[in-house]
Design a binder for this molecule. Structure first.
Ligand code: SF4
Length: 261
């Protein structure tokens, strides 16, 4: 089961487990997913390409001004949407524009970025500094698991990603987000998989680690979410082994997510 793509530039605010009332900013496209990964748990289905008709800067700017003409309460302005935001060729310009508008209307509201980390080696520090909460994906500690879970459609290795995350983390506080799942007979949270993951985390030295599972099983890829109990256990183990602040975000039942309870 997949969920529909965001058909707008500004969407929500959505009730996010991690970011409260988060106003989504989709800079990718309003009619297709554009991503560098094809994760086995992706809620938007299969990735077809890593480029496409990105939304022009002026349209993002106008959509934000329209929102602030009739604002509602928000906790974060979040760059996310239909794929990987950092693939946008004018990502830097867009971030500068969002910051300018945020400073004008809601200077105390943080700007957050949800990224899959694939462009980490190309991002400018100047631009990253404008983003208050930088959340980067790391689902695997080995190349093999990385290829099996995130299934990149661009030429990138886990080694390069870890190198980039390490470099950024030395200068700016970053958050690592990890989705723990089982798929078929495998998973990314037991024995060797967890050991290698912890080694990568120790290399990167993020300021904060967010652990959670996927929202729902993905039948065609044999993906299953893990229990709240397991998530709590992982929170404890990761925190103990790395001495890095770690938080587990527990599973939210589907009916609550859809607002039926
Ligand atoms: S990085 Fe995000 S949008 Fe891209 S395939 Fe993975 S889950 Fe989907």
């Amino acid at each position: 089961m997949t969920i529909p793509l965001k058909d707008k530039i500004i969407y929500g605010p959505v009730n996010s487990k991690r970011l409260g009332r988060s106003l989504g900013i989709n800079i990718l496209s309003t009619n297709e997913k554009i991503c560098s990964f094809n994760c086995i748990y992706c809620q938007y289905g299969i990735t077809k390409r890593s480029f496409g008709s990105f939304i022009p800067v002026e349209k993002v700017e106008k959509a934000l001004y329209d929102f602030f003409a009739n604002p509602v309460r928000i906790d974060y302005l979040t760059l996310s949407g239909n794929g990987e935001p950092t693939l946008h060729p004018e990502f830097d310009k867009i971030v500068k524009k969002i910051k300018e508008i945020r400073d004008k209307y809601v200077p105390s509201i943080p700007i957050a970025l949800l990224s899959n980390s694939s462009s980490i080696n190309n991002l400018s520090f100047e631009v990253l500094k404008m983003i208050d909460i930088k959340i980067f994906k790391l689902d695997a500690g080995t190349e093999e698991l990385f290829l099996e879970i995130n299934r990149p459609i661009v030429n990138i290795s886990l080694k390069e990603i870890v190198k980039g995350l390490k470099k950024v983390s030395k200068r700016l506080p970053i958050t690592i987000q990890t989705i723990f799942i089982s798929f078929g007979e495998k998973n990314n949270y037991e024995k060797e998989a967890l050991k290698e993951y912890l080694l990568r985390i120790k290399e990167i030295k993020p300021a904060f680690i967010q652990v959670y599972s996927c929202d729902r099983p993905v039948a065609q890829n044999n993906v299953n979410l893990i229990s709240d109990e397991k998530l709590r256990e992982l929170e404890e183990v990761i925190n103990k082994k790395t001495k890095i602040l770690t938080r587990a975000y527990l599973n939210v039942p589907l009916e609550i997510r859809l607002g039926k309870k």
